[in-house]
Design a protein around this ligand. Structure first.
Ligand SMILES: Cc1cc2nc3c(=O)[nH]c(=O)nc-3n(C[C@H](O)[C@H](O)[C@H](O)COP(=O)(O)OP(=O)(O)OC[C@H]3O[C@@H](n4cnc5c(N)ncnc54)[C@H](O)[C@@H]3O)c2cc1C
Length: 340
């Protein structure tokens, strides 16, 4: 494993902010990493795994090793009349995998088209969009335990998937690097068309194809979300808060326009974007750090903002939402570095 020193992470985060990793390495074989961990016991305490950096904000240089799993490949492990089980390497671009599945006519991930990042981060984040979450189709996850160097295979159930959450962000945070994922795809796709612009597809006298669903999702995302290659961002900066139904009803009484979405039993999901917008942040800019002009949930780097400036802005937003609505916004983006 070739380890570089004082390596710029600007290309490794979609905010496009500058930060340096003390060490940086890519690996594409388990044995490379296992060998490295044997030679550097204790190093696991200072390892940050990075895929495409589309959910990270560096507020300072990283003092340890930034590790990128570069495993490629998509292979059918087995199939029957109903499903195909496909293993994808952690280093594959997620949207390439979605394209592969849709071209094969296999359903389950089409609503997750065009989400940036690599396959390895997908179970970590339990990515979701348009009423679908990746956890629904993840059969198993293989990876390396950074403490022992052993290879583990976890079933989908063992991953404890929740809203933008998994065991990899909890018990195994900082300890496990995903190297490949097996997805269980449907040969007879059951489309999920109840969200947003996909509803209009359900109105046809025939069901849309997987390709049509994918094209619609891509078109909507291109229209709504800034392309990180043009304007630095990491998608939704905060999670949508989930509150008890009773509380949500009281809030709705005070703010009748407040959107509410279904959540787990007895709870409702609020729109973090709406809350932020009500506090007047949409389109706000200070220096090069700002809030997107059409999407209050997306913080942006207009060019030369530092991670710290974006982070400080996010804290101001949190405080103002707390003050107005009494709600603590939780970051979806992972801030790495100093946060005091
Ligand atoms: C424009 C835009 C739109 C987005 N839209 C959505 C959306 O609709 N839905 C959604 O869910 N997300 C969305 N995101 C967020 C982001 O794309 C996802 O969270 C994505 O899964 C991150 O992948 P990544 O490879 O870039 O991960 P990174 O940002 O590199 O890492 C994210 C986290 O996962 C960990 N990680 C990454 N790879 C591994 C691995 N192999 N093993 C262990 N840990 C790992 C990292 O340590 C970090 O904690 C969006 C982002 C952008 C920029």
């Amino acid at each position: 494993m070739m380890v570089r020193e004082h390596y710029s992470l600007r290309e490794w985060n979609t905010f496009g902010t500058e930060a340096k990793a003390r060490w940086f390495a890519e690996f594409s074989r388990h044995s490379e990493l296992a060998g490295f961990l044997r030679e550097h016991p204790g190093m696991y305490r200072q390892i940050l795994v990075v895929g495409g950096g589309s959910n990270l904000l560096f507020t300072a240089d990283y003092p340890g090793l930034v590790l990128h799993p570069a495993m490629k490949g998509m292979t059918v492990e087995r199939e029957d009349g109903e499903h195909a089980w496909v293993r994808a390497g952690a280093g594959e671009v997620w949207d390439d995998f979605v394209s592969y599945a849709v071209n094969a006519g296999w359903g389950g991930v089409e609503n997750l088209s065009l989400i940036p990042g690599c396959v390895g981060a997908v179970p970590v984040q339990n990515i979701g969009a348009y009423g679908r979450e990746a956890g629904e189709v993840i059969d198993s996850v293989r990876g390396v335990d950074l403490v022992t160097g052993e290879i583990w295979e976890l079933s989908g159930a063992e991953c404890w998937f929740g809203y933008r959450s998994s065991i990899f962000k909890q018990e195994l945070a900082g300890r496990f690097v995903v190297t490949s994922v097996v997805f269980r795809l449907d040969k007879h796709p059951r489309l999920q068309l109840t969200y947003g612009e996909l509803v209009s597809l359900a109105g046809y006298d025939r069901l849309p194809s997987l390709a049509e669903v994918r094209e619609t999702v891509i078109a909507v995302r291109r229209k709504k979300l800034p392309d990180p290659a043009v304007l630095g961002n990491a998608g939704s900066f905060f999670k949508n808060p989930v509150v008890e139904e009773e509380w949500a009803a009281r809030m709705k009484g005070l703010w009748p326009q407040m959107p509410l979405y279904p959540a787990v039993e007895g709870h409702a999901k609020l729109s973090a974007g709406w809350l932020i917008d009500q506090c007047g942040w949409k389109g706000f800019r200070r220096g090069d750090a700002g809030v997107h002009e059409h999407h209050a949930l997306v913080l942006v780097n207009h060019g030369h903002a530092t991670g710290r400036e974006i982070f400080d802005l996010s804290q101001e937003i949190r405080f103002s939402v707390k003050e107005k609505f009494g709600i603590d916004l939780e970051r979806e983006v992972q801030a790495v570095g100093r946060m005091d």
